[in-house]
Design a protein around this ligand. Sequence first.
Ligand code: NIG
Ligand code: FE
Length: 408
Amino acid sequence: MPIVIDHINAAAMSGSHGTPYGTVTDAAIVIDDEHIAWLGPRAELPSSYQNIAPVDGQGAWALPGLIDCHTHIVYGGMRAGEFEQRLQGVSYEEIARRGGGIRSTVAMTRAASLEELVDSATARLVELRREGVTLVEIKSGYGLNLETERKQLIAAGQAAERAGVDVRRSFLGAHTIPPEYDGNADDYIDLVCDGMLPALAREGLIDAVDAFCETIGFTPAQTRRVFETARAHDLPVKLHADQLTNGGGAALAAEFDALSADHVEFCDEAGARAMAAHGTAAVLLPGAYYFLGETQKPPIDLFRRHKVSMAVSTDSNPGSSPTTSLLLMLSMACTFFRLTPEEALTGITAAAQALGATPDHGTLTPGALANIAFFNITQPAELAYHIGHNPCVGRCYRGRLSLDGWPS
Ligand code: NIG
Ligand code: FE
């Protein structure tokens, strides 16, 4: 029997209603099994649903379940000590060069058991879920050997299942050079391309392939090899690009029809143009910008001018963005990067193309998965307006309603 929820306002985040945010006021929504069957003004509810006793939405706003399209949420330990060092004047790059940074998390992730990784990642995912998140991308990249990359990807799947969120897994073997390959980056890339990627793809653990193209990461030539291998395995790519320097990463990603180029603070016009031409989304990560005290902002006007789709994400990770609040990122995307609230909200919903996840996710559209977040707000912009406040009062995940915060 379908579920009807009425007395809601909806921000469908799709163009089909011809209103900002795809707003439908005094709306009703019908959920049939795992999918949305109908959404529209309450007065227009089709007669076939009128004999179903509705759930009273009490004026809540319904949005598509939020999407966090860039996280490194599975890891061992944390790095508060490095945070202290940075505040004493040591830079993020310098810590990495001294063997800390990503490598310290690699050591702690290698040492952690699968259960420990699943437990800690589940706890973080539950924090995202409480804000209405229903789809999360999770990267590997803290293992840097086959065994630990596999452990991370398996943990990602198990944690998502436990937390009740959908997941897309990205293989980030080319995150940094592990200590045992010091000075032999090309040999490590051989291992990524000839060993790890094919094995993990065969095991069905990878939805996409990512890399860190940066002065403290991998060169464009090494990144290209990883992307060519991904292509040979029919896997889409994405890239940590132009975060600390302009290395032409965005254009390289676009050349491989990447789903997204992420960070992109130093992306230039050629990069933005290439991204637009290849449908590569820009993933903005204001948490890393904030936490690393960066000053270079992503070129939002270029992205607007060239019509590059912009997504917003937590980049949840222990080194550059230890956050589990996507709503805080929404606020930061507006205050730091000057996105409009509608652009920022699109960035955590309809911009699901950054995961290759549309049309199932990201809009309240008949036929899409019934992944819905309900908020006690008076207008959608309120979600970006509050700082550190969570107005999520309920969630529908694959057709299953949980209205924890619903006023009774
Ligand atoms: O997205 N840039 C590389 N990767 C992460 C940081 C990882 C870390 O410091 O542990 C990022 O910012
Ligand atoms: Fe990242």
